[in-house]
Design a protein. Structure first.
Length: 296
């Protein structure tokens, strides 16, 4: 059994070998609540880096603990007053990268971009796709798929921005389009390319990114766009039409709290009708308002 070392939070930071790029604030808050209730179930895996320790596995746990210190100091003191439980390993850059990629793939918590970037870094370190497949225990076809997705995302890198909730202000709309949303679009286009429906996927992805940035489409709108492309592959060949339809809806995003049972109902409704959560909620509200108008 590996020994646990308690390390002060201020000496911990994301390792340069950690493959995670994007950290969901919502996911961090959920994890922080779980830690507050049950404690830290799994120690962080770290390696000595500079004057502290780089977190190789456990970036989300690190951010959740930081959140607890800021917002719930009594919980932080209860669990981490003496330090954060860590497993310290002496790892080379390649070993650390392999470990970070492998663990996060098992947990299915990475975006295709993060996986592709990690694979690209291993390739730069001298490993072939076959060796990477063997070392991180992922099928070679999956490795190749992640590499293709990452390559397509890199072609639109100048147009892609970090994801933020809601539609960006009008004055900022051309500054970038949601990275998370475009990742979903790229995956949809890649699926069509594999089926032979789309001949030039890079051109389709680039055109969608340009139009989405120009119209200021949000992450949720791009999620809807990706689903519609899957349902009707011909729309991938005419993204202008689809994006125009989305823009006419004049959607806005609001962060709301829903009762668990209501959220579960909307989830089930969305699955039954093959809709996104946002589309399902809009449809339910539209039906309710129509009923109210008819009864008035």
């Amino acid at each position: 059994m590996e020994s646990i070392t308690l390390i002060p939070l201020d000496r911990l930071f994301p390792s340069s070998a950690n493959v995670r790029i994007h950290v969901s604030e919502e996911a961090v808050r959920r994890l922080a609540e779980d830690i507050a209730m049950r404690g830290l179930l799994h120690p962080l895996v770290v390696r000595p880096e500079g004057a502290g320790y780089g977190v190789v596995c456990g970036r989300m746990r690190l951010e959740a603990i930081r959140l607890l210190r800021r917002e719930r100091p009594e919980v932080f003191e209860k669990y981490f007053a003496r330090g954060v439980p860590c497993v310290v390993k002496e790892l080379s850059d390649r070993e650390a990268l392999e470990l970070s990629l492998s663990e996060n793939l098992r947990q299915n918590t990475l975006t295709p971009e993060e996986v592709g970037r990690g694979i690209a870094r291993l390739h730069e370190m001298g490993l072939s796709e076959e060796e990477i497949s063997s070392r991180i225990q992922v099928e070679l076809d999956e490795i190749k798929r992640f590499v293709r997705l990452y390559a397509r995302l890199r072609t639109i890198a100048p147009a892609v921005a970090e994801s933020k909730p809601g539609r960006p202000p009008r004055a900022q709309r051309k500054r970038g389009v949601s990275r998370t949303g475009m990742t979903k679009v790229v995956r949809a286009v890649e699926e069509l390319a594999q089926k032979g429906v789309v001949d030039r996927p890079d051109e389709v992805v680039r055109r969608v990114a340009e139009l989405a940035a120009d119209r200021g489409l949000s992450t949720s709108e791009l999620d809807i766009l990706a689903r519609k492309i899957r349902e009707n592959p011909q729309l991938a060949l005419q993204p202008e039409k689809l994006i125009e339809e989305l823009s006419r809806e004049e959607m806005i995003e609001r962060v709301v709290l829903l009762k668990r049972r209501l959220a579960a109902f909307v989830d089930e409704y969305a699955r039954s009708r093959n809709l996104t959560f946002s589309e399902a909620l809009n449809e339910i509200l539209e039906d309710y308002l129509n009923l109210k108008r008819a009864a008035a």
